[in-house]
Design a protein around this ligand. Sequence first.
Ligand code: 2PG
Ligand code: MG
Length: 410
Amino acid sequence: MKIIDLCAHQIFDSRGVPTLEARVALKDGTVGVGSAPSGASTGSHEARELRDGGDAYQGKGVGRAIENVNGPIREALLGMDAALQGRIDDRLQELDGSADKSRLGGNALIAVSWAVADAAARSAGMELYQWLGGAQARQLPCPMFNVVNGGRHANNNLEIQEFMFVPSGADSFHEAMRMGSECYHALRRLLSEAGLSTAVGDEGGFAPNLERDEQALEWMVRAIEAAGWKPGEDVCLALDCAAAEWADGEGYRQSKSGARFQRGEMIEFYHALAGRYPLISIEDPLGEEDFEGFREITDALGDDLMIVGDDLFTTNAERLFRGLALGAANAILIKPNQIGTVSETIETVQLARRNAYAVIVSHRSGETLSSAIADLAVAVNAEYIKAGAPARGERLAKYNRLLEIEDRIF
Ligand code: 2PG
Ligand code: MG
């Protein structure tokens, strides 16, 4: 079905920062929309967001990205068949011509790429996950709920960015949501009774000041029990250390306390944590260039834990390829805006799958109300989806969509 119009306009993300939404109109009258989320702890190898600079919006305006959609991108895609997502995404890459999508903007490209997928699915009368995954889509992901926020997602004193509940013992997505929600509310009550802050960070998790990062895990174990579930059986724990933020020359320096560590000490620290708490996954335990360190930690802990590459791989097949050759990590975080188009995202997932890496589809800390990543997770049979706490509209948009898919369709 032919594209007859394409435009973009400014919206605001969940942090109140400008972003863009693209709209694609097809000849049969179908309209599809797509938007660009935005990270805070972004990997250096991510597709570049195009921001205006200058005084307005602290330099974060997206006027130029919008002009690129309304000008050259519109021109290039008019008349193309929206059903041919691969061709459209190739065209977008060709038109941009840069290695990091900096010319037209990764934010412009991903919004358009999603809008085209949405329009094509609607025009075919299909659900987005069906359109993207075809007959292969058959599994709902297990949610990873980020319930304590630190690092760059909160101005508390926690160094680790994300502490997550993972209801891996749930029999259905509905049950997983119930577990996550009950544990989240139990955690709020416990923190509040202890006089700790229950104000939330960027992804809807609590952001208390604690003496040590491990205490977050202790509170979480208590919350699981208080909610009547079994830690390590019904509900496990996961971390996103976002340790690229701590990389400092050969070693690491944590951003808030200034504490310094060598790679080996970091790995020992994680080893000890995994012995003490029911952890099933550690994302970005080391820096984004530390492939060798990822290989070491995967050798040491990879039989029992998911070692997840986020900033390490940036959803980029070439970087994943490098990791595969070394045995660095055993799971990959998938964020479509890190690479810039839907097709490239799916290609990276396929490469991960062929090599038995687990797949976690993920939101960004600055989100929109789009639920497209929920459909993507189902389309590629992702084992997990990470979309923040079971609270806040932009986070629930993804989880609620999965509830809907389970109710109506599975
Ligand atoms: C991450 C993400 C999402 P950001 O590091 O995994 O939780 O954070 O979007 O800030 O990169
Ligand atoms: Mg991460």
